[in-house]
Design a protein around this ligand. Structure first.
Ligand SMILES: Nc1ncnc2c1ncn2[C@@H]1O[C@H](COP(=O)(O)OP(=O)(O)OP(=O)(O)O)[C@@H](O)[C@H]1O
Ligand SMILES: [Mg+2]
Length: 420
C-alpha cells in the first residue's frame, strides 16, 4: 500500500505532464492559423499523431440544415466519405454532437447505436472515440478517432481528447469570428467605394438638373430682361407689350424658385430642421409615393420628441432608403410608416404590401450598386448604436425596421449592428 501510493502519484503526475505537453503542442500548432480548414487539418493531424492513430475525422454542425459536415478527415475510404452522412442526433457521432457527451467504444460495430453499420464494418473500424468540439458550452461539432486494429482506448485518452476538443472548439469559434470580421470589413470597403461612386453620381445629377432646368430658366430671364430694357428705351412703347414681358419674367422667376426649392429639399429637407422627423418623413413619403398611386399612412406612437440633428438626419436617410425602395422595387399599393417613441428606445417600421423579395439574396454590395441602399441603411443605424432588419415574403410585401436607444449615452461612430 505504502509503496503503491507514491508510484500512482508519480504516474498521475507523469500523465498530467504529458497531457499538458500534448495540449501545448496542439496550441502551438494552431497559433497563427485563422483559416478554418487549416485549423481543423492541423488539429486532426496533431491528434492522430499523439494518439498513434491513422483514422480520424472532424465534423461540424450546420446550424441551418442540422447536418454534420465532414470538414477534415484522414484514413477513410472514398466510399465511406461519400456514403456516410449524418445529421444531428443520428448514430453515435450525431448523438455526441447533440448531447455534448463523449463516447468511448472497444468495438464500434457491436454498438447498437451505430448508423451505417455495414459501411463501418466494411471500413474495418474497431476501437473508437468520439468527443464534442465545444465553445462556451455550445457543441460546434465532433472529433472522431478510430482504429482498425484491436486496441483499447483508455478513459485517459478520452479525457485528453475532451481537452483537445475544447481547444479545437475555441479555435473554430475564433476562426468563424475572424471570418465574419473579414467579411464585414470587406463589405465596408465595398460600401465606401460605392458611396464614393454614389456621391459622384449625385453631384453629376445636381449639376445636370441645375444646367438643364435652372440654368435655362435663368438665361430665359436674362434675355427677357434685356428685351424689356430695350423696350423701355423706345419713347412711344406699347405698355401692354411691356407688361406682358414683365409677366413672362415673373413666371420664369417663379419657375426657377420652384426648381431650386425642389433641389434644396432633396439635398436636405428644411422641414427636418424646423419641425423634425415626423413632418419631414410624412412630406417625403407622400411626395414620393402618392404620385405613383401608392397610398401611404404615417402613424406616431408615444410622445414625439426631437433627437440630435445627426440622429434625425440618419433616421430620415433610413426612411428615404426604405421609401425609395418601395417606390422603385415593390409594386405596392399601400405603405405604412410607424414611428414609435418609447422612454428608452425609438422604433421605426416601414411596411409595404408589394411583391416582396428574397432577403437572403442580398449578402453583399453588388457591382451594380444593388445592396448599397440596404447596407448603408444598416450602417447608419449601427452608428447610432442601434439595430435594424428587413423581412420580406414573396407576394406578401416587405417590412423594414430600425430601433435605436434613446436617453442613454450613444457612442456615435461605433457600429453595433448585428451581423456586421
Ligand atoms: N420594398 C421592397 N420591395 C421589393 N424589393 C425590394 C424592396 N426593398 C429592397 N428590395 C430589393 O432589394 C434590393 C436591394 O435594395 P438596395 O436599396 O440595397 O439597392 P437598390 O435599391 O437596388 O439600389 P440603390 O438603393 O443604391 O438605389 C433591390 O434591388 C430590390 O431587389
Ligand atoms: Mg435602394
Amino acid at each position: 500500500m505504502n509503496t503503491l501510493r507514491p508510484r500512482r502519484t508519480r504516474e498521475k503526475i507523469n500523465r498530467q505532464q504529458s497531457e499538458l505537453l500534448v495540449l501545448s503542442r496542439i496550441s502551438a500548432a494552431l497559433s497563427g492559423l485563422w483559416n478554418l480548414d487549416a485549423i481543423l487539418g492541423v488539429g486532426l493531424d496533431s491528434t492522430l499523431d499523439i494518439m498513434n492513430g491513422t483514422v480520424g475525422e472532424i465534423l461540424l454542425v450546420d446550424e441551418n440544415t442540422r447536418e454534420l459536415l465532414r470538414t477534415a478527415h484522414r484514413g477513410l475510404s472514398n466510399e465511406f466519405l461519400e456514403k456516410v452522412r449524418l445529421s444531428l442526433g443520428e448514430g453515435i457521432t450525431g448523438g455526441v454532437a447533440k448531447s455534448g457527451k463523449a463516447v468511448l467504444l472497444e468495438d464500434i460495430c457491436s454498438d447498437a447505436r451505430v448508423a451505417h453499420r455495414e459501411m463501418v464494418i466494411a471500413e474495418g473500424l474497431k476501437a473508437f472515440i468520439c468527443v464534442p468540439l465545444r465553445a462556451q458550452d455550445k457543441v460546434l461539432g465532433v472529433l472522431n478517432v478510430a482504429s482498425r486494429l484491436p486496441r483499447k482506448f483508455t478513459t485517459n485518452d478520452m479525457h485528453l481528447l475532451y481537452a483537445i476538443g475544447d481547444q479545437l472548439g475555441i479555435a473554430v469559434e475564433h476562426a468563424r469570428l475572424y471570418e465574419r470580421l473579414r467579411k464585414a470589413r470587406e463589405r465596408m470597403r465595398k460600401l465606401a467605394r460605392q458611396n464614393l461612386v454614389a456621391e459622384e453620381d449625385e453631384r453629376r445629377r445636381i449639376a445636370r438638373e441645375l444646367h438643364d432646368e435652372t440654368s435655362q430658366s435663368l438665361s430665359g430671364i436674362a434675355l427677357q430682361l434685356q428685351a424689356l430694357i430695350e423696350m423701355a428705351a423706345i419713347p412711344d412703347k406699347n405698355d401692354k407689350d411691356f407688361v406682358a414681358g414683365l409677366k413672362k419674367v415673373q413666371a420664369l422667376t417663379v419657375q426657377v424658385h420652384k426648381e431650386v426649392s425642389r433641389l434644396i429639399s432633396n439635398l436636405h429637407p428644411a422641414l427636418l430642421d424646423t419641425l423634425g422627423l415626423v413632418p419631414a418623413a410624412r412630406k417625403y413619403a407622400e411626395t414620393r409615393l402618392q404620385s405613383l398611386g401608392i397610398t401611404v399612412t404615417l402613424e406616431t406612437r408615444g410622445i414625439a420628441v426631437r433627437f440630435p440633428v445627426e440622429v434625425e438626419a440618419a433616421l430620415f436617410r433610413f426612411i428615404q432608403g426604405a421609401v425609395g425602395n418601395i417606390a422603385q422595387h415593390s409594386s405596392a399599393t399601400n405603405a405604412g410608416i410607424i414611428l414609435e417613441y418609447r422612454p428608452d428606445e425609438f422604433l421605426l417600421t416601414i411596411k409595404d404590401n408589394g411583391h416582396g423579395f428574397n432577403v437572403k439574396e442580398i449578402t453583399d454590395v453588388e457591382e451594380s450598386g444593388r445592396g448599397r441602399g440596404l447596407f448603408s441603411m444598416r450602417e447608419r443605424i449601427g452608428f447610432l448604436g442601434g439595430s435594424s432588419g428587413i423581412e420580406s415574403e414573396i407576394g406578401k410585401g416587405t417590412t423594414v425596421w430600425a430601433r435605436i436607444p434613446v436617453g442613454q449615452d450613444i457612442e456615435y461612430g461605433e457600429n453595433k449592428s448585428p451581423g456586421s
